[in-house]
Design a binder for this molecule. Structure first.
Ligand code: AMP
Length: 448
C-alpha cells in the first residue's frame, strides 16, 4: 500500500498531512500525485468525497514551492475554477491547510459579495487563485485580474459547470489563459460535451478514474435493523456475540460516540478500541495494529479516521449510527468484502435516521433488507418493524428461541419481493432458505 512519503511530496507538505491525521492516500491521490509532481496533464474522473482536492492541491503546492517565482501584479500562478462559492471556499481552505508550512499566497473569488476586497487581494498577485467563473470573468473584464502568466489551470467539477449553465463562461476563461500551461481536469461524469472539452484543453493527459462509489456496495450483504436510539447499545453487545463475526468495524458519527461505545463494550467484556481525529497518531496506529493482529476483534471508528483503514478480513461493518452523507455509507461498508471476499454490513437505524437511510438507498439504488426477527427479542429487546414494509430478511444466527418453521410458501413470497427490489441475486444460501422467524413477535413493536 502506498504511503504519503512514497508519493514524492516535500517535507513541509508531509508535515501538514500528518497534522491532518491522514495516514494513507486515497486511491485518486495515490494514482494522481506522482504524475502531477512530474507536471503531466490529468483527466480525473472522480467526485467529491474521494479526496480529489488533496489529489491536486498537494502536487501543486509541491511544484510551486520547488520553483519559487513571484506572481505578477494582478496575476496568479495557479487558477482553480470551480462551480460554486461553497466549493471555492472549501478548496481555498484545503490549500491553506496543506500549504500551512509554505510561504505561498492565495485568494478566493466568487460572486454575490462586494468586489473591492477581492480586487485588493489580487493587486499584488497571488500564487493560488480559486474562483467561480462569473465573477472571475467580470474582474478580468474590468482589468483587475490578468492570467496571461498562469502556470497551472485546474478545472473542477466540469460536468456540474455544464449542468449549471457555466460552460460558456468556462470556455471564455480558457481563452484568456496561456496555451503553454499545466492543465488538470476533474469531472464526476463524462457527457460528450465535457469529453470534447477535455480533449481540447488537455495535452497527453494521464487518466485517473476512481470507481463511482455506488457500485462498490454490490458485493456486500447489507441489512438494516430499526431500533430505538436507547436500544442501540445493548443491541450492539448482542450482535457482537455472533460467532460468525471475525473482525468487526463499528462506525459512529462522532468522536465522543466512538469513545462511549468502546467504554460500553468494555462493561460487557468486549475489548474494543477507538480511532478518531482526537487520538494521537501513535494511539491510532496501535489500535489498528491490535485489530490487524486479532488482539481486539472490534474497532470503533469515525468516517474520516477510517478512510485510511486497509485491513483484510473485516467480516462485518456495523453502522451504530447512520452517516448523514450517503457516500460515507459506501466508504464504510467498502471496508469489508475486500479482495473478493464476502462481507456483511449491518446498520442500526433509529427514528431520527430514517431520512439518512432513504438517501443512502437512493445513492446505492438498493433497498436494504430489514432484519425484523433477531434473538435480541428473546432478551427483551425491541427491534422495530420496517415502517415502509420492505422485504424482511431473517437473521442467520443459529436458532435458539424460535417458532416452528413456516414452510416454503412464505419464503417463495419473500424471495419474490426481494427480487422485485433487485436483491434476489447473490444472497447467501442460508438467508434464502426459509429460516424461521426467531424471537417472540409479540414483543415486536409495529412500525410507526
Ligand atoms: P474531497 O473529495 O477532496 O472533497 O475530500 C473529502 C474529505 O476527505 C475531506 O474532508 C478531506 O479532508 C478528507 N481527506 C482527503 N484525503 C484524505 C486522506 N488521505 N485521508 C483521510 N482523509 C482525507
Amino acid at each position: 500500500m502506498t504511503s504519503f512519503s512514497e508519493l514524492g511530496l516535500s517535507e513541509p507538505i508531509l508535515r501538514a498531512i500528518s497534522a491532518e491525521n491522514y495516514s494513507t492516500p486515497t486511491p485518486i491521490q495515490a494514482q494522481a500525485v506522482p504524475h502531477l509532481i512530474q507536471g503531466r496533464d490529468l483527466l480525473g474522473v472522480a467526485q467529491t468525497g474521494t479526496g480529489k482536492t488533496a489529489a491536486f492541491a498537494l502536487p501543486i503546492l509541491h511544484r510551486l514551492s520547488e520553483n519559487r517565482t513571484r506572481p505578477m501584479p494582478q496575476g496568479a500562478r495557479v487558477l482553480v475554477l470551480t462551480p460554486t462559492r461553497e466549493l471555492a471556499i472549501q478548496i481555498g481552505e484545503s490549500f491553506a491547510t496543506y500549504g500551512r508550512n509554505l510561504p505561498l499566497t492565495r485568494t478566493v473569488i466568487f460572486g454575490g459579495v462586494g468586489q473591492n476586497p477581492q480586487v485588493q487581494s489580487m493587486a499584488r498577485g497571488v500564487d493560488i487563485l480559486v474562483a467561480t467563473p462569473g465573477r472571475l470573468l467580470d474582474l478580468i473584464g474590468q482589468g483587475f485580474i490578468k492570467l496571461d502568466r498562469l502556470e497551472v489551470f485546474v478545472l473542477d467539477e466540469a460536468d456540474r459547470m455544464l449542468d449549471m449553465g457555466f460552460i460558456h463562461d468556462v470556455r471564455r476563461v480558457i481563452k484568456v489563459l496561456p496555451a503553454k500551461r499545466h492543465t488538470l481536469f476533474f469531472s464526476a461524469t463524462m457527457p460528450p460535451e465535457i469529453a470534447k472539452l477535455a480533449d481540447k484543453i488537455l495535452t497527453d493527459p494521464v487518466r485517473v478514474e476512481v470507481t463511482p462509489v455506488s457500485s462498490t456496495a454490490e458485493r456486500i450483504e447489507q441489512r438494516v435493523m430499526f431500533v430505538e436510539k436507547a436500544d442501540k447499545r445493548p443491541l450492539l453487545g448482542e450482535v457482537l456475540k455472533r460467532p460468525d463475526i471475525g473482525r468487526a468495524l463499528v462506525f459512529t458519527r462522532t468522536k465522543h460516540g466512538a469513545n462511549r461505545v468502546v467504554e460500553q463494550l468494555g462493561q460487557i467484556a468486549v475489548r474494543a478500541e477507538a480511532i478518531h481525529g482526537n487520538k494521537s497518531q501513535t494511539a491510532r496506529q496501535r489500535a489498528l495494529e491490535n485489530f490487524r493482529s486479532g488482539e481486539i476483534r472490534v474497532l470503533v471508528a469515525t468516517d474520516i479516521a477510517a478512510r485510511g483503514i486497509d485491513i483484510d478480513g473485516i467480516t462485518h461493518v456495523i453502522n451504530y449510527d447512520l452517516p448523514n452523507v450517503p457516500e460515507s455509507y459506501v466508504h464504510r461498508i467498502g471496508r469489508t468484502a475486500r479482495a473478493g471476499t464476502s462481507g456483511i454490513a449491518i446498520s442500526f437505524c433509529d427514528s431520527e435516521e430514517r431520512a439518512y437511510l432513504k438517501d443512502i438507498e437512493k445513492l446505492i439504488k438498493v433497498r436494504i433488507p430489514v432484519v425484523e426477527d433477531h434473538p435480541w427479542h428473546s432478551l427483551g429487546g425491541v427491534v422495530q418493524a420496517d415502517p415502509d414494509a420492505r422485504p424482511p430478511l431473517q437473521d442467520r444466527r443459529p436458532q435458539r428461541h424460535g417458532r416452528p418453521p413456516q414452510g416454503r410458501q412464505d419464503q417463495g413470497r419473500q424471495d419474490q419481493t426481494r427480487q422485485a427490489h433487485g436483491q434476489g441475486q447473490g444472497r447467501p444460501a442460508q438467508a434464502q432458505q426459509g429460516r424461521p422467524p426467531q424471537g417472540n413477535p409479540s414483543r415486536r413493536r409495529s412500525g410507526r
